[in-house]
Design a protein around this ligand. Structure first.
Ligand code: NI
Length: 170
């Protein structure tokens, strides 16, 4: 397991436009492995390469259905139907906001060996795809959120999580 340091809001690397990947080599495979390790260790559902200081178009996502690796991803189409809900970011610790995203997106990307594929994502997966791809263009959810969650809302969330964890143990 090789964790990398997650950069936080204010670091200039998070505001850069990332370059496409052109070499599908061991270095990329190690980056993908480290990004997945880092994401799982931080209990995140997605991570983009600039969050670990690598300005390349690479993201990893796992919303509970297994690891998805996207290299040079592009959104081909997005549904007019939207979803409005809670969103956080490993680079914006201790905060969360309400963000409106498309309900469904169609994405084209390359796998770790350079083969192109397409996938359709909906609900939380679509939200994660939009959030992570925005990182590749230097955008954070805080730039587009409808509103930020208040301290009271965050504390209520933390209490709910503690109660759920206690119930699991009981
Ligand atoms: Ni993020």
């Amino acid at each position: 397991m090789a964790k990398r340091k997650i950069l936080t809001d204010g670091d200039p690397a998070l505001r850069k436009i990332c370059k496409p990947v052109d070499k599908f080599n061991l270095r990329l495979h190690l980056l993908l492995r480290d990004m997945a390790d880092t994401m799982y260790d931080a209990d995140g559902v997605g991570l983009a390469a600039p969050q670990v200081g690598i300005l390349r178009r690479v993201v990893v996502i796992d919303v509970g259905d297994g690891l998805v690796e996207l290299v040079n991803p592009v959104i081909l189409s997005a549904s007019e139907e939207t979803q409005t809900g809670r969103e956080g970011c490993l680079s914006v610790p201790g905060r969360a906001g309400i963000v409106t995203r498309p309900m469904r997106v169609k994405v084209r990307a390359q796998d770790r060996n350079g083969a192109w594929f397409e996938l359709e994502a909906e609900e939380l997966f679509a939200r994660a795809v939009c959030h992570e791809l925005a990182h590749l263009d230097g955008q954070l959810y805080t730039d587009i959120m409808d509103r930020e969650l208040t301290r009271e809302e965050l504390e209520a969330e933390a209490r709910e999580q503690e109660a759920a964890a206690a119930e699991e143990k009981a």
